[in-house]
Design a protein around this ligand. Structure first.
Ligand SMILES: CC(C)(COP(=O)(O)OP(=O)(O)OC[C@H]1O[C@@H](n2cnc3c(N)ncnc32)[C@H](O)[C@@H]1OP(=O)(O)O)[C@@H](O)C(=O)NCCC(=O)NCCS
Length: 215
């Protein structure tokens, strides 16, 4: 993969890292679909993803950051949860009326998504069985294709790390498709340590963890 030049300081100054807000949700859903083609969450479609990204920033178990251009348009975002199960529960309760129409229409089009949705709700138990440590989960980090390799992902992770520190969260976990070599390289460069592989949605997934050093 050709690596692009990092952003010159003058351009970096025009990028603002801001907390993810519900009004970024549609754009976050669009970036998610561009960044993760062929994955389960993308298969649920823009309607369901928009609900996810509307709920996450206002949930007590969610937060995120967006890299905005000078017009306030998101070029990249990161979404984090401290309770994956609780987040899905909130989507199903707080936003049931928004969630049901797009979800049911996708279930009718592709019934295999029903089983995978159940696996998603069970995922926290599968991935973090018997773990008691206080860890946050990086649910998604996505940069618009033409902005990749220019430092936005690193800027977002720096904001995530600082926010974890302020929230006294000592560990940041991420689960990535084992075949996503670009993202794996990104995480490894950003100090995440590989922990193990697991199967999810019939695909091998790699689990990584990064320790958040106290200030
Ligand atoms: C992984 C990702 C979020 C990194 O964001 P970014 O803004 O490109 O990150 P940075 O510019 O800070 O870091 C660049 C590093 O990311 C990695 N990388 C992964 N995909 C890349 C791509 N398409 N272009 C350039 N670099 C990429 C490389 O390791 C690169 O460093 P290197 O070229 O020196 O090896 C971004 O490439 C992306 O959106 N990928 C698709 C979505 C995805 O897989 N997300 C992670 C799973 S949730």
């Amino acid at each position: 993969m050709a690596s692009r030049a990092p952003l010159p300081a003058s351009v970096q100054d025009q990028i603002q890292i801001a907390p993810l807000a519900p009004f970024h949700a549609e754009e976050a859903a669009r970036l998610h679909i561009l960044g993760q083609p062929g994955t389960f969450l993308t298969a649920l479609g823009p309607g369901v993803l928009t609900v996810l990204y509307r709920v996450l920033p206002v949930s007590p178990v969610g937060f995120g950051f967006a890299a905005l251009d000078e017009k306030g348009h998101p070029l990249a975002f990161a979404a984090i949860t401290t309770g994956t199960g609780r987040l899905f529960f909130e989507m199903g309760t707080r936003r049931l009326l928004d969630l049901l129409p797009p979800l049911l229409s996708r279930f009718v089009q592709d019934p295999r998504l029903i089983g995978r949705s159940i696996q998603t709700v069970l995922y926290p138990f599968l991935a973090h069985e018997r773990e008691t440590e206080r860890a946050a989960e990086l649910l998604a980090i996505m940069t618009a294709p033409k902005w990749r390799g220019r430092g936005l992902g690193a800027m977002l992770l720096a904001a995530v790390e600082e926010s974890c520190r302020q929230r006294q969260i000592p560990l940041l976990d991420v689960t990535v498709d084992a075949n996503n070599s670009g993202a794996r390289r990104f995480y490894e460069r950003q100090g995440f340590a590989f922990r193990r592989e697991m199967m999810l949605y019939a695909r091998p997934m790699a689990l990584y963890r990064r320790e958040i050093a106290p200030s």
